[in-house]
Design a protein around this ligand. Structure first.
Ligand SMILES: [Zn+2]
Length: 284
């Protein structure tokens, strides 16, 4: 299971980021908008080159700069690294527990298989970029909203409302990133640990509820990628069993792994240990 601890931490940090962006922006923008209101409303339909444009842009950029500063970079680097190390710690423990429970003996597995450190660093960098995209997109959008709104002579309260809506968009995206990244990371880490432990096959188990994609009696029977179907089709190793190195193929999409069949897929891949929980009647 994706680490709840890592997800909770990541979500909390992302929520704080969105809150800080919006609070700083409103604090900086509100006085300028109110002060400029008579000008830009009288000025509407004139030109965008008015001095108020410069003033308002300066005010937005003074805030957006805080979210590209070296200090901010250092902060999100720490957020990404902490998330990933928590997710990894939980994954290592889960993996050991699941193998040991299946085998019935406590054998110590390598906690950091070869290549894992590089992988964790690459994931951290990827997450840093994803986090950075939140303020980058937000402030770009806000510039458009504010300049467009002023050009159309909208009241500051109307512009503020549009900014608020944009803040909501950022908040939803931030939440999706946090959930999806932790779940994808968990999927990748499990697969690396399975490979390092010499496990060749896994069995896909779906979340067994009405939200499972492709579940004929669930909410999404016509989903493009069917977790329900993947967990049941037999490509020669038994129902729902796939090679760790290859994953499943569904409707022409290859390399589909549990936890990553589609965004927020909740499937897991149970390690198949020959003679323990796997009795292949064919050569797999
Ligand atoms: Zn799935």
């Amino acid at each position: 299971m994706p680490s709840k601890d890592a997800e909770r931490y990541y979500l909390g940090q992302m929520r704080a980021l969105v809150r800080a962006m919006a609070t700083d922006l409103i604090a900086s923008l509100e006085p300028a908008l109110k002060r400029l209101k008579p000008d830009y409303i009288a000025d509407s339909r004139v030109t965008l080159d008015g001095s108020w444009t410069d003033e308002i842009l300066k005010s937005i950029r003074s805030v957006s700069q805080r979210f590209t500063s070296p200090l901010f970079e250092a902060q999100i680097q720490r957020v990404a690294a902490t998330t990933i190390s928590r997710a990894d710690a939980d994954n290592a423990e889960d993996f050991r527990d699941s193998i040991n429970k299946a085998v019935g003996i406590d054998f110590q597995l390598v906690t950091k298989p070869k290549g894992m450190t590089d992988f964790l660093e690459a994931s951290t960098a990827e997450n840093v970029n994803l986090i950075k995209s939140i303020p980058a997109d937000y402030f770009k959008k806000v510039e458009t909203i504010v300049l467009g709104g002023m050009k159309d002579g909208l009241a500051p309260t109307t512009i503020a409302k549009q900014i608020q809506e944009e803040t909501g968009v950022s908040a939803r995206r931030a939440k999706l990133i946090a959930r999806d990244q932790v779940s994808q990371l968990n999927s990748d880490l499990t697969r690396q640990r399975q490979t390092a432990a010499g496990i060749v096959h896994y069995k896909v188990q779906d979340a067994d509820d009405v939200r499972v994609s492709g579940n004929p009696s669930g909410k999404y029977p016509n989903a493009k990628i069917s977790c329900w179907g993947i967990a049941r089709q037999d490509i020669g190793y038994g129902p729902g069993v796939y090679k760790v190195a290859e994953g499943a193929t569904w409707k022409g999409v290859t390399n589909l792994h549990p936890g990553k069949h589609h965004p927020l897929c909740r499937c897991i891949g149970i390690a198949m240990i020959p003679g323990v929980n796997y009795f292949p009647d064919k050569n797999g």
